[in-house]
Design a protein around this ligand. Structure first.
Ligand code: HEC
Length: 163
């Protein structure tokens, strides 16, 4: 009985020591958190305007894909626009303009329907609506001087838009 008691105490004492040894180094952890926070703050985050510039490239490519009845490419381009808008929402939740981005959803859906139906006339009509919505938001956000239109030439000469 006494031996059992001794070994029990020994375990308790060892336990206490080891828990002291592994007690978290709070200062060290705080320092690490601060360093990580600084790294996140310093890491590169594209600005609202940079996201818009990428949207613009895909908006133009979308036109040449759709009007050439290159439906797989048109489908790809519209999803690129949607992905960029998702990233924009995630990385710029602080911008009041972000709240307005939802106005693009119904028109993007309409363009997507035209792509699914492989309907060029419907595509053209809905693309106009999409472009008008881009401009409506620019007006609403005091960027009415950024006027988007249907492109005349592809944004890059080095890509084939024919199916
Ligand atoms: C939620 C509102 C909103 C919508 C919708 C929107 N934009 Fe913008 N756009 C802005 C704002 C705000 C800016 C200015 C960004 C800044 O502060 O740098 C901008 C800037 C731009 C610019 C940059 C202009 C330049 O010369 O650098 C382009 C290009 C652009 N938008 C294209 C588009 C296209 C194409 C669409 C539609 C597919 C679109 N935008 C839809 C709000 C919007």
């Amino acid at each position: 009985m006494e031996d059992r008691y001794k070994s029990f105490m020994a375990i308790v004492i060892i336990g206490l020591f080891s828990s002291c040894a592994s007690a978290p180094d709070v200062d060290g952890l705080n320092e690490k958190i601060e360093t990580l926070q600084q790294q996140v703050a310093d890491s590169y985050k594209p600005g609202f305007g940079e996201f818009m510039a990428s949207v613009h490239v895909h908006h133009e490519k979308l036109w040449f894909a759709g009007t050439n009845a290159n439906w797989p490419l048109a489908d790809f381009e519209i999803h690129e626009i949607e992905e960029i808008l998702d990233d924009l929402k995630q990385l710029h939740p602080e911008r009041k303009e972000t709240e307005l981005l939802g106005m693009l959803d119904p028109v993007l859906d309409s363009v997507e329907t035209a792509i699914e139906k492989q309907d060029t006339a419907m595509f053209r009509a809905n693309y106009m609506l999409l472009t008008n919505t881009c401009n409506s938001c620019h007006v609403a956000t005091e960027h009415g001087f950024v006027v988007i239109k249907t492109p005349d030439t592809p944004p890059f000469s080095g890509q084939v838009f024919l199916p």
